[in-house]
Design a protein. Structure first.
Length: 138
C-alpha cells in the first residue's frame, strides 16, 4: 500500500529562489490578514477572506501558479488556494445559519473553528515551505 498517495509527485524542476521568496510573501500576506482578525474585532476567517493582503495573495496565487508548476512549490500554491476557498464555503454556511437565527448557536462556533483551521493551515504550510517540503495535495 502506498502511504504517500496524498503527496505530490516528485517535482522535475527546482523552483527559483524568487518563487520561493514569493511563496513566503504569500504566506505572510495570508498570515497578516488572519492575525488582524485575531487581534482585531473581526473573526479570523472574516479578516482572512476580506483582508486586502489575503485577497491580493489569492490573486497572485492564481497569476503565478503556472510558474510554480513542475516544482514542489505548486503544492503550496494549491494549499493556499484550497485554504481560501474552503474558508469561503464555511463562512457561507455560517452566514446561512446566522440568517436562520436558530443556527446562530452553531454558526459562531463554526466560525471560531474555521479560524483556528485557517491559522493551522497557514502555520503548517509556512513551516513546510521553510523546510523546502511540499504540501499534501488533498
Amino acid at each position: 500500500m502506498d502511504h504517500n498517495v496524498d503527496l505530490p509527485q516528485a517535482a522535475s524542476a527546482a523552483p527559483s529562489e524568487g518563487m520561493v521568496t514569493l511563496t513566503h510573501v504569500l504566506y505572510g500576506m495570508h498570515g497578516f490578514s488572519a492575525l488582524m482578525g485575531l487581534l482585531g474585532t473581526a473573526f479570523i476567517v472574516t479578516a482572512f477572506l476580506t483582508g486586502w493582503p489575503s485577497i491580493i495573495a489569492v490573486i497572485v496565487n492564481y497569476v503565478k501558479r503556472g510558474d510554480a508548476r513542475g516544482t514542489w512549490l505548486d503544492s503550496h500554491f494549491g494549499w493556499q488556494l484550497r485554504t481560501f476557498w474552503w474558508t469561503v464555503l464555511w463562512v457561507v454556511i455560517a452566514v446561512i445559519l446566522i440568517v436562520t437565527v436558530i443556527g446562530v448557536v452553531v454558526a459562531w462556533p463554526l466560525l471560531i473553528i474555521a479560524g483556528i483551521w485557517v491559522l493551522y493551515r497557514i502555520i503548517r504550510g509556512w513551516i513546510a515551505l521553510a523546510n523546502a517540503q511540499p504540501m499534501p495535495t488533498a
